[in-house]
Write a protein that binds this ligand. Structure first.
Ligand SMILES: *Cc1c(COP(=O)(O)O)cnc(C)c1O
Length: 382
């Protein structure tokens, strides 16, 4: 057996440096902690990075998804089609909007919403499709767009994993849909907690800018500055979903480092792929040539070997893993309230039984990746 490392290797860690620390310290010293000039700067740079008209800074991707649904008028009596193979946020926000989440099955290779399965779930009540770019592999947007166009549906993209993903040469976030990004600690860039809604639509942007802060007019945060006024109007019963300047201080520098982060993630993903592809119990989902994978996750599927045993064996070698995701249609809330049951989504269920996420993040070293590879080889006697 190889020597077991001393330190536990987590499956994910944020990559923060002195630039972020310096910026946060400056913000703390400035006296302006809540939403303000740093949030505005981060929004401006984020929208420029993607090439979209509006970026709305929020306290989470969950908030972005919720506001996106409301901005598009999704309400009680409506149905929204989404994968079950996702985090709780994607479906919970549909419930928050008063609508019904309708789970569709995924493609066994991309692990993204299968357009054919979306078609099967259409009813006269369907108003929106909420695809997730699983792990950073962009969903088949053109096919989903066609279904949406034919049926008068809006598309709201859960791009929590997909900052840096490209589909047919275009960045995720630039397909003309409302798109929601996450800056949670494990995501491709992190502000601790945080999210961004992006859109080219004036009406959606206005709604999000206003309703992220109690439905009061967009520039109300300036009321405590020299150029601000104390007066404001409450135009909607909005939410408290704004980003703050401490988060934005991290985001500004994280965004600048994104190309570097993506390079590392791709390099390590390649290293995993090259070294694991010879092991017959480990199935790798490899990228298409015409998509750019952001590798927020590096997931493999196990064949004829227990996923749970695999996780335990890696843990004894001090390697952290995770499972993305426990299907939502198997969760007690969705079983109880929406009649979901085992057997509803065969591909999702099969993938869930076999999948595991390996450590992948820019602050890992090449040796860390090789250690994981050697450990896996050892488990399968290679
Ligand atoms: C992380 C995640 C979210 C939620 O992001 P938050 O910023 O934590 O609200 C939504 N969808 C998916 C697929 C995620 O992985």
């Amino acid at each position: 057996m190889n020597k077991i490392r001393d330190q536990f290797l987590p499956y994910s860690l944020p990559s923060l440096g002195k630039e972020e620390i310096q910026e946060v310290v400056e913000t703390l010293q400035s006296g302006w902690l809540t939403m303000g000039p740093k949030t505005e700067r981060f929004e401006k740079e984020f929208s420029q990075h993607l090439g979209v008209r509006f970026a709305v800074g929020l306290n989470s991707c969950t908030a972005a998804l919720h506001l996106a649904l409301l901005a598009h008028g999704i309400k009680e009596g409506d149905e929204v089609i989404l994968p079950s193979f996702t985090f709780a946020a994607t479906a919970n926000v549909v419930v928050h909007a008063g609508a019904k989440p309708v789970f569709a099955d995924i493609d066994p290779v991309s692990l993204n919403l299968d357009p054919q399965q979306v078609k099967r779930k259409l009813t006269p009540k369907t108003k929106a499709v909420l695809p997730v770019h699983y792990g950073g592999w962009p969903v088949a947007l053109e096919e989903i767009q066609e279904i949406a166009d034919q049926n008068g549906l809006v598309i709201i993209e859960d791009a929590a994993h997909a900052l840096g993903s490209e589909y047919h040469g275009k960045k995720v976030g630039t397909f003309g849909n409302t798109t929601c990004f996450s800056f949670y600690a494990t995501k491709n860039i992190s502000t601790g907690e945080g999210g961004m809604l992006t859109t080219d639509d004036d009406r959606v942007a206005d709604f999000a800018f206003k309703n992220r802060l109690h439905g009061i007019s967009r520039d109300a945060w300036k009321r405590y500055t020299a150029e601000g006024s104390w007066y404001y109007q409450v135009e909607d019963a909005g939410w408290k979903y704004n980003m703050n300047d401490i988060q934005a201080s991290l985001g500004i520098h994280q965004l600048q480092k994104l190309p570097l982060f993506l390079k590392k993630r791709n390099e390590y993903a390649k290293l995993y792929e090259e070294n694991l592809k010879g092991i017959k119990q480990v199935k790798i989902s490899s990228p298409f040539s015409d998509v750019r994978h952001a590798y927020q996750l590096y997931s493999v599927l196990l064949d004829e070997f227990s996923r749970d045993d695999f996780i335990k064996l890696l843990a004894t070698r001090k390697i952290g893993t995770s499972v993305h995701f426990i299907p939502l249609h198997l969760q007690s809330y969705y079983r109880k309230n929406f009649g979901c049951a085992k057997g509803d989504l065969p591909v999702t269920e099969n993938v869930f039984e076999r999948i595991v996420s390996l450590p992948l993040y820019p602050s890992m070293t090449r040796d860390d990746v090789l250690y994981v590879i050697d450990s896996i080889r050892e488990i399968f006697g290679r």
